[in-house]
Write a protein that binds this ligand. Structure first.
Ligand code: PAF
Length: 283
């Protein structure tokens, strides 16, 4: 596996790969790899000739007081893991190379970013779309893979690509969970043992909601109230939002249907966690 730091060298590599007829899958990440990231990389390998994973803790998607400074960074460990997953290139640029002095451009998707996490984290998605746009231009992937745990992020990036006629296929990978149901996240590393137990309430609330829908519940309002009550019953869990939305528009729903997704964001201690589930099994 090759490690490339310079955007110019990364683009030169991508141009050579494309000129020789190879397809490129990209897995954009902020590092601190876990099994969920490795699953995305393995999917990349199965879908394209070459796989590039980027590691960049993107300063412009963190708000004031968020965890930018403490976000785990360990290139050596991550590099070893990416190599075992069969990644061809690890692209790890520096903030100064990504945002040189005088950088003045923002890529912004409106509407979809006003709700859910966008409401609690103003400016976050502009940071995400700006860096992903840059990464796509540098790496020139044929397809890019994102985890469905960040459901809104996947919807926003898909919309950016459609709106800007980008010739990149956006692929969502199912959420990868720990054996006890906790959705894998680099931020789980912040949780104490007691907080980790409380955090299980999120995935349990998803399972419970799916069971209620299977049993015939069709009211989004009722299911949201029940999910909130369940989460409030777990000490240390502070709800940010519980919403049921249409999976494409992210608009709130009143009646549950095959396009309904339940999304939850909550703080456990100081750690902000998210989870989501479709409410009907996918066909
Ligand atoms: O999901 C992430 O890790 C980040 O938001 C991403 C897509 C790599 C952009 O920095």
């Amino acid at each position: 596996m090759e490690i490339i730091h310079s955007p110019g060298q990364m683009t030169a590599w991508a141009n050579r790969a494309r000129q020789s007829g190879k397809t490129i899958a990209m897995v954009p990440t902020m590092g601190a790899f876990h099994e969920g990231h490795l699953a995305l990389m393995r999917m990349g390998r199965s879908r394209a000739d070459l796989t590039v994973t980027s590691i960049f803790v993107n300063p412009i998607q963190f708000g004031p007081g968020e965890d930018f400074d403490k976000y785990p960074r360990d290139l050596k460990r991550d590099g070893g893991m990416a190599a075992t997953a069969g990644v061809d290139v690890l692209f790890a640029p520096s903030p100064a190379e990504m945002y040189p002095t005088g950088f003045q451009t923002t890529v912004s998707v409106t509407g979809l970013t006003d709700t859910l996490c966008g409401r609690s984290r103003p400016g976050h998605f502009d940071g995400v779309t700006t860096v992903v746009a840059k990464l796509f231009n540098i790496v020139k992937p044929n397809l890019a893979i994102f985890g469905r745990k960040d459901f809104q992020q996947l919807a926003v990036i898909s919309k950016m690509v459609r709106d800007l006629n980008w010739d990149v296929e956006i692929v969502g990978h199912p959420i990868v969970r720990e054996a006890d149901g906790l959705a894998m996240s680099s931020r789980n590393a912040y949780l104490s043992e007691a907080e980790r137990q409380s955090a299980l309430a999120l995935s349990k609330s998803m399972q419970q909601a799916r069971q209620r829908v299977q049993a015939g519940e069709t009211s989004a309002g009722q299911l949201i109230e029940e999910t909130k009550k369940f989460l409030q019953g777990h000490p240390g869990v502070a709800i940010d939002y519980v919403s049921i939305v249409d999976r494409l528009t992210l608009l709130d729903q009143t009646d549950i249907n095959r396009d309904s997704v339940l999304l939850v964001a909550a703080r456990v201690g100081t750690t902000r966690l998210i989870d989501n589930t479709v409410l009907f099994d996918e066909q």
